[in-house]
Design a protein around this ligand. Structure first.
Ligand SMILES: [Mg+2]
Length: 187
């Protein structure tokens, strides 16, 4: 079968990692409870930044956020590796900007994710993922963002949402922990 995965906040804990980086950079010691109470994707508000300042902060911190030691979610690498071992096709579809795509691919390999070069897509907008996912005829696709998943509900692909505070309204199969994954797929 053909499995597609978003990367940020689906396979790896990027927002929390970015939150820690912001704490250091902005010298503000916020607790993780503040992070978990956020109900939007963006993380700048508790730091007292406006949306525009938040955007600038994200952009100027991007390389540090992407390419340092952001942890994968527990069991995510093992689960994807097991799918690969079972002979399934693994595709990664990330909206990370084009200029960071190849380095992201290398970084994912270094973390231990099984990556085949021509099954790694990047540089599209959230609402453009649908075209790639359609063309690939994926059986399953996992993402965290309502803005992405909501574009795919008419497609035959089976959708799974990675549980996050900002996607609680989505009614579809949901993994809270990656341990839940094999219970949701028929393979
Ligand atoms: Mg994501």
């Amino acid at each position: 079968m053909r499995f597609g995965f978003d990367i940020d906040d689906t396979l790896i804990n990027l927002r929390e990692h970015a939150f820690q980086i912001y704490k250091k950079k902005l010298n503000k010691d916020l607790s993780l409870d503040v992070f978990h109470a956020l109900n939007r994707v963006e993380i700048h508000e508790p730091f007292g930044l406006t949306d525009e300042q938040g955007k600038d902060m994200w952009k100027s911190s991007l390389k540090e956020i992407y390419f340092t030691n952001c942890p994968a979610f527990p069991r995510a690498i093992e689960i994807i590796t097991e799918l690969d071992r079972l002979g399934h096709e693994i595709y990664y579809i990330t909206a990370r900007p084009k200029e960071h795509g190849e380095r992201t691919k290398r970084w994912m390999k270094e973390q231990g994710f099984p990556v085949i070069d021509d099954r790694f897509f990047y540089g599209m907008q959230d609402n453009e993922k649908i075209h790639i996912i359609k063309d690939l005829k994926l059986d399953y696709y996992v993402d965290d963002k309502p803005a992405v998943l909501n574009t795919l509900t008419e497609d035959p692909v089976k959708l799974i949402v990675k549980d996050q505070s900002y996607n609680q309204d989505l009614e579809m199969d949901r993994i809270v922990s990656w341990n839940d994954f094999f219970e949701l797929v028929n393979i």
